[in-house]
Ligand binder design. Structure first.
Ligand code: G3P
Ligand code: CA
Length: 295
């Protein structure tokens, strides 16, 4: 491959497994914060996974739920809050460690701001190896069977939030941020929402996208991804399959590879399970505990 090959694609071609810190090193630091991402880098992860949404004034903020209630000391929908309001909230307010790290200890986190995508890219540029990967999940609810949005029809992360997922322009802002930080080789974009992936792919065809699925995903989303991002001339329209690990078996991983697609699974915190999944041909292991998953 050329010298500008995306690092995820290169790992797939080289059959080299990747370990990602899920929302950073989430077991040991408040999820989706700079300390959690820094810790994943320190613990030797190959990359991080994060969740991006838009504030009311269209800043790209890193937070998982559609409301701030679950992780901060505030209340309300992310899309209804101004960036300045979000930055006043404490993203460490509800942190509860899942375990002690294998090395070091968990410090007290009195206050951490919700970070921006720019800040994460800047951290990676400054502190991570050149081939460090950022899996940017564009947080979006499930689409409807026709590719639109149903206010009442999603489970992945909070209350209904139509504009947050339905063509609010987040894909273009993510693409622009990737360009400004020269991160095209380092990024893979994922989403549960096929229209979101299609919109991003139209803007940045060279950046791989991963289709997220979980047991609760409506089956039509799997049909839609093939309609929205079809194979063209034998090349898959989407480069990666990102299922919950419990949905995977060796035959499915092999079938994806035969279609030119890599598989990255979440959330795997058991080292033996991670080794088994890699032996089945899985490329990416997304874990809360990157210090424990060494393959
Ligand atoms: O990207 C993998 C995983 O993070 C998707 O689910 O709910 O943890 O964002 P969730
Ligand atoms: Ca996620």
């Amino acid at each position: 491959m050329g010298t500008d090959t995306n690092y995820v694609i290169q790992a797939f071609l080289d059959k080299r497994p990747l370990v990602y810190g899920h929302r950073g090193s989430r077991a040991y630091a408040p999820m989706n914060t700079i300390p959690a991402f820094e810790l994943a880098i320190q613990q030797g992860a190959d990359g991080i996974e994060l969740d991006v949404q838009l504030s009311a004034d269209r800043e790209l903020v890193i937070i998982h739920d559609f409301t701030v209630d679950g992780t901060t000391d505030g209340t309300g929908a992310v899309r209804d809050l101004l960036f300045a309001e979000l930055r006043e909230l404490n993203a460490a307010a509800r942190f509860s460690p899942m375990a002690e790290p294998l090395q070091g200890h968990i410090p007290h986190y009195p206050f951490i701001m919700i970070p921006t995508l720019e800040e994460v890219f800047s951290l990676v540029k400054d502190r991570a190896p050149a081939d460090f990967i950022v899996n940017v999940e564009i947080k979006a609810p499930y689409c409807t069977a026709s590719g639109g949005f149903a206010d009442s029809d999603f489970t992945n992360g909070g209350t209904a939030n139509s504009d947050a997922a339905d063509n609010n322009g987040i894909e273009a802002l993510v693409a622009d941020c990737i360009d400004r930080y020269d991160m095209a080789r380092n990024v893979i974009v994922s989403s549960f929402n096929p229209p979101t992936l299609k919109r991003f792919k139209e803007l940045k065809p060279s950046i791989p996208v991963g289709f997220l699925v979980e047991e609760a995903s409506p089956p039509y989303t799997t049909t839609l991804i093939d309609q929205y991002l079809p194979d063209i001339a034998g090349k898959s329209g989407h480069e990666a399959w990102h299922p919950r690990y419990s949905m995977v078996n060796p035959e499915l991983v092999a079938a994806e590879r035969n279609r030119g697609r890599l598989t990255q699974v979440w959330t795997v915190n058991d080292p033996q399970l991670a080794r088994d999944l890699v032996s089945w041909g899985v490329t990416g292991i997304i874990t809360d505990m990157p210090d424990r998953i060494k393959i």
